[in-house]
Design a protein around this ligand. Structure first.
Ligand code: SF4
Ligand SMILES: [Zn+2]
Ligand SMILES: [Zn+2]
Length: 314
């Protein structure tokens, strides 16, 4: 198979785009496409300060590399969740990010250590609360959202970006559609404007790239990353939905992309507008972050419960 642009040997064939490219043209294509998505969805501009959440995985490191190459002002945040699972998962992830930074001299990283800052690892925190019936993902998601918003606010960042790819977005969309979670559907978008004081804008510049495309970019750009999924992801519904969508994609190349893009079109046409919730936000009496609750926000309530069980108070 030959590159459509230069006729050299192609390294990737994207059946859904009917496009095969060589290494150099593929790397350039990913940059062009990312820039196009950033502009199309009005995610951010070169004059704005961007904070990227990095996990040490391929998507976030590839995105950081792309945004730096495109000339954006983008700093990273790594949240050390203290997940060990016998493989030192969180520490390995951080060392992969440090390795990335050795070859990206301009990159600045902020690290928030959850056990040190809040008193317990995510695994321990989950075992001490009723949230998510002991599964760490619920406490983890809540904690990550709180920290990312806090760091973005404190650092004066205009937007928080994440490396979610098309496979992630399509899996979330399938899950929300199967259960008709209309409120979640109304809020799923490539960019979410800051919905109130103290809440930062969020954007997903890789949301139209297949997972194999971001993996190919990382590989071809020489970016080393953590291959393992978080050990707590085992058995997650999102993985099952990804497998279902992969089966569909095998039979019908482009099905995943069409599913997502047609949803965005319907969303733009107002199909979910009626489900957009206008919640009144208050200020958490402890951390000051916006919350729909009165008094403490869910994050503070949860961590208060976690620390009360260890005899430790924050
Ligand atoms: S899979 Fe791991 S990183 Fe992801 S939400 Fe669950 S605990 Fe957190
Ligand atoms: Zn080429
Ligand atoms: Zn709070």
């Amino acid at each position: 198979m030959k590159c459509r642009k230069c006729k050299d040997k192609a390294v990737i064939n994207m059946r859904h785009h009917k496009l095969a490219l060589c290494k150099d043209h593929y790397l350039a294509w990913v940059l062009e496409q990312t820039e196009r998505f950033i502009c199309k969805y009005h995610m951010f501009t070169v004059n704005e300060k961007v904070l990227i959440a990095v996990s040490g995985g391929k998507d976030s490191l590839a995105l950081w590399d792309v945004l730096l190459s495109l000339g954006y002002q983008v700093d990273g945040i790594y949240i050390n969740l203290g997940i060990d699972a016998g493989i030192g998962y969180s520490e390995r992830s951080l060392s992969m990010i440090r390795k990335f930074m050795e070859t990206h001299g301009e990159a600045v990283l902020k690290v928030v250590d959850v056990p040190v800052t809040y008193g317990a690892s995510i695994t321990t925190a989950a075992s001490r609360t009723h949230r998510g019936k002991g599964r760490p993902c619920s406490v983890c998601g809540l904690t990550k959202r709180h920290i990312m918003n806090r760091i973005a606010e404190e650092g004066g960042y205009d937007v928080l970006v994440t490396g979610h790819n098309l496979d992630d977005e399509a899996a979330v969309l399938l899950g929300n559609t199967l259960t008709w979670q209309t409120g979640y559907l109304a809020r799923q978008a490539p960019v979410l404007p800051a919905s109130g004081a103290g809440l930062v804008r969020k954007a997903k510049p890789f949301c139209r790239f297949y997972e194999r495309e971001t993996a190919a970019y990382a590989l071809l750009a020489g970016i080393d990353y953590v291959y393992d999924e978080c050990p707590h992801a085992v058995g997650a519904k999102s993985i099952y939905y990804k497998e279902l969508l992969n089966t569909l994609e095998e039979e019908r190349p482009g099905a995943k992309l069409q599913f997502y893009l047609n949803f965005l079109r319907a969303r733009d046409e107002g199909a979910f507008r009626v489900f957009e919730e206008q919640v009144e936000l208050n200020k958490c009496s402890q951390c000051g972050q916006p919350t729909s609750l009165v008094g403490l926000c869910t994050f503070c309530r949860t961590w208060q419960q976690v620390n009360s069980q260890s005899g430790n108070t924050q």
